[in-house]
Design a protein around this ligand. Structure first.
Ligand SMILES: Nc1ncnc2c1ncn2[C@@H]1O[C@H](COP(=O)(O)OP(=O)(O)OP(=O)(O)O)[C@@H](O)[C@H]1O
Ligand SMILES: [Mg+2]
Length: 372
């Protein structure tokens, strides 16, 4: 049966198939990572939980994982699962609860939660910096020219270069004044520093959590994500870090369909070329239509959880194999923690009851009822 379905004997154990016959669903790790993964479904359908199950499987095989975590909900990966009902099911499957090695990186404004995640001014792409500072095209031109000429890494070094460029190329005083104001705001965000080093974030068997739950403008969050992903991609191209998987939670915020953002440019590049360089992308989103179609169409494995909006279903259906069309009709009725898995890692689409996590889940919602 396993052979017919194209399942791998020692692959990532996602759960049991849902249907008349229970088969252990194990997906080939190399195929999963190299061809990228999309995990889609309505809020509360089990996307983050499923991503964490895949992360556990990769970590156990020594694959490094970097997680872009806008809610700081993956930090509990370090603790064993303590939910009695999930523990019973875990043991029925012959598995034991455990925690995993975790490293947290967060911007200086949230230093209490981990190591400092900073931007080194001279390393940030001008388009990223311009987006972060909400610059106009003219201001971005001036910034671009100045960044190529700046000597040093301090904001002051950039200001000096901007003044020289403005003078040399005749930019107007209002442009210079506006860009100076924006750089002051940039300084106030407190994100500049020695910079992000991929070598510190990628370690076999360790999950590095880029915790972006701190209060900051969404533009800054996006540019941080774009920068981290760009640095990881470059480091992989140079072979400075081992092959890895990057999980991007709330992927529609960083690769939105309707807007052009620096982070989307970088995510598209990884989706297109990551396979060649050993950097896999796992995107999770509840906004199927809101997620960039280019990124989504590059995901060789699709893990579809409950999706009930007609717009979302109509959007996703043409991206799936023909053999999937009957199963797609079941998507609005899938229970929590159940997924339709389809794509390159399987010969046929399969409904899977995702296994319980070995580590503790951090993404539980909050009850609205007063505690009794
Ligand atoms: N495979 C599973 N086994 C047991 N419980 C699960 C499973 N998947 C999900 N759950 C339960 O469902 C809840 C919601 O799951 P999860 O946090 O993954 O949702 P989500 O799809 O990521 O939602 P959001 O879009 O709001 O982030 C979890 O807190 C957990 O209790
Ligand atoms: Mg989630």
């Amino acid at each position: 049966m396993r052979h017919v379905l194209g399942l791998s004997a020692d692959g990532a154990f996602l759960g049991l198939s849902w249907g008349s016959e229970e088969v252990e669903v194990r997906l080939d790790i190399d195929t999963l990572v190299r061809h990228h993964i999309a995990v889609l479904g309505v809020t509360g359908s089990g996307k983050s939980y499923t991503c964490a199950v895949m992360v556990e499987e990769l970590l156990e095989r020594g694959v490094p994982v970097v997680i872009i975590d806008p809610h700081g909900e993956y930090l509990t990966l370090s603790a064993p699962n303590d939910s009695p009902s999930e523990l019973a099911e875990l043991r029925r499957l012959g598995l034991e609860p455990r925690g995993y090695p975790v490293r947290a990186l967060s911007p200086p404004c949230a230093l209490a939660r981990g190591g400092a995640l900073t931007l080194r001014l001279s390393e940030v792409a001008p388009e990223g910096l311009a987006e972060m500072c909400n610059m106009t095209d003219v201001q971005e031109d001036l910034l671009f020219l100045a960044m190529r000429r700046m000597r040093g890494d301090r904001l002051r070094d950039l200001e000096v270069a901007i003044e020289a460029v403005a003078d040399r190329y005749g930019f107007r005083d209002v442009t210079l004044a506006a860009i100076r104001r924006r750089l002051t705001v940039l300084g106030e965000l407190g994100l500049l520093g020695p910079g992000f080093r991929p070598e510190d974030a990628v370690e076999p068997g360790v999950a590095t959590i880029i915790d972006l739950s701190a209060d900051m403008p969404e533009r800054a969050r996006r540019v941080l994500v774009g920068h981290v992903l760009a640095k990881l991609f470059e480091a992989r191209k140079r072979g400075d870090v081992p092959p890895l998987l990057v999980v991007v939670e709330e992927a529609h915020r960083f690769a939105p369909q309707a807007e052009s953002t620096y982070s989307k440019t970088v995510m598209r590049r990884i989706a297109r070329e990551g396979r060649k360089f050993g950097i896999g992308l796992c995107v999770a989103s509840q906004r199927v239509v809101g997620l960039d179609k280019d990124v989504l169409s590059q995901c060789g494995t699709k893990v579809l959880m409950r999706i009930d909006s007609v717009t979302d279903l109509n959007f996703i259906a043409p991206m799936l194999e023909h053999s999937c069309h009957d199963e797609v009709k079941r998507l609005p009725y899938l229970p929590v923690g159940t997924a339709l898995v389809t794509g390159i890692a399987l010969r046929y689409p399969l409904l899977v009851r995702v296994r319980p996590r070995k580590s503790k889940h951090g993404g539980a919602g909050v009850s609205v009822l007063p505690a009794s």
